[in-house]
Write a protein that binds this ligand. Sequence first.
Ligand SMILES: NC(=[NH2+])NCCC[C@H](N)C(=O)O
Length: 329
Amino acid sequence: MAGVALVNAVIFGVYGETRRHIPDPNSLSSCFVSGALAGLAQSPICSPIELAKTRMQLRTSSNETQFSGPMDCLRYTYKQEGYRGVFRGLNVTLLREIPSYGTYFLTYEVLTRTPDNAPVSTAYMLLAGGLAGTASWTVSYPLDLVKSRIQADGRRYAGLVDCLKQTVTNEGYSCLYRGLSSTIIRAFPTNAVTLTVVTWIFRLFGQHNDSVAATNQGEKVVKTMESVGEISGTREPFLEKWNNFLTSMPERMAIHRLPYSTSTNELKLERLVNKENERRTKEEVKHGREEGEKRRVSREDVENLEELCEKKVERTVVKTVNTVSMALA
Ligand SMILES: NC(=[NH2+])NCCC[C@H](N)C(=O)O
C-alpha cells in the first residue's frame, strides 16, 4: 500500500515537473518524454515491490517458508541473495516502464485532444484512460513476462536475452502475450478511473493549459494572487475564498486533459500585470501613500505564484490518486 502511494507520487510528480520544464510542454513528444521519465524514476521502487509480489504468488504452502508480507519477502531475499537479489529484474523493469509510461500519457493526451479545445465528457475521459492503460500494457507486455520470469527465479536465466531466447524456443512467440487479457481486465478500469480523477482534480482546482482561453488563465493568476494576499496584502477570509471558488466553477469546468503547462499567454499576462499596477497606482493616489510604500507586481511574482499553485494542485492529485488506487487495489 505504501509502495503504491510512493509510486503514484513519483509518477505524477515527475510527469508534472518534467512537463513544466520542457521547452514545448504541449507537444505530443513532450508528453511521451515526460511519461518515459516518470516511468524511469519509479522503476527502482516498483521493481522490488513486484519481485516480492511475484515470489509470494509463486510460494506453494507445502514445501516452502511462507512470508508474512512483502517486506518479509524482501528481507529474506536480501539475506539469501543480497541487493542483487532484491533488485533482480530492475533492468527489464526499466525497459518496460520507460516506453509504457511514455505510451500511457501520450495515448491519453492524443485521445483527449479536441480541435477546438472543447472539454471532453467524463465518459470519454474514462474510455481514454482505459485505452491508455491498455495501450501501455500492450506495448510492454513481452518485457513484463520476461521480467516476471527473471524475478521469480533469476538463477535459471543468464539475463534478459537468454530468458527471451529460452522462452521463445520452448514455448513459441505467442507465449510472450500470455496473460495479457487478464492484465487488461484489471488495467482498463483502474486507469480509466485514475486518469479521469486526475483530470477532474485539475479541472476543479483550476490548473490551466495554454489552450484554455488565455484571459481565464491570466485572471486566475491575479485572482489567486489576491486570495493568498499577494496583491491586496490581506488574506481573503475562507468564506469569500469558497464563494470565489464556486462562482468560478463554470470557467474551471472548461479545462480538459492533463493540463500541465506554464506557457501562459504572454500578452495577456503583461496586460494583467499592467492593469493590476494601474489599480495600485490609483489606490496609492487615493490614499496619498509615500513613495517608499508603493508596491508593484512583477512578471516574476505572477510566474512564481503560478508554479506554487501548480505544485499545490499536484499534491492534491497524488493524494487523491493514492486513495483511488488503494480502494481499487
Ligand atoms: N505497463 C505500464 N506500467 N503501464 C503504465 C500504466 C500503469 C498503471 N499504473 C497500471 O498498473 O496499469
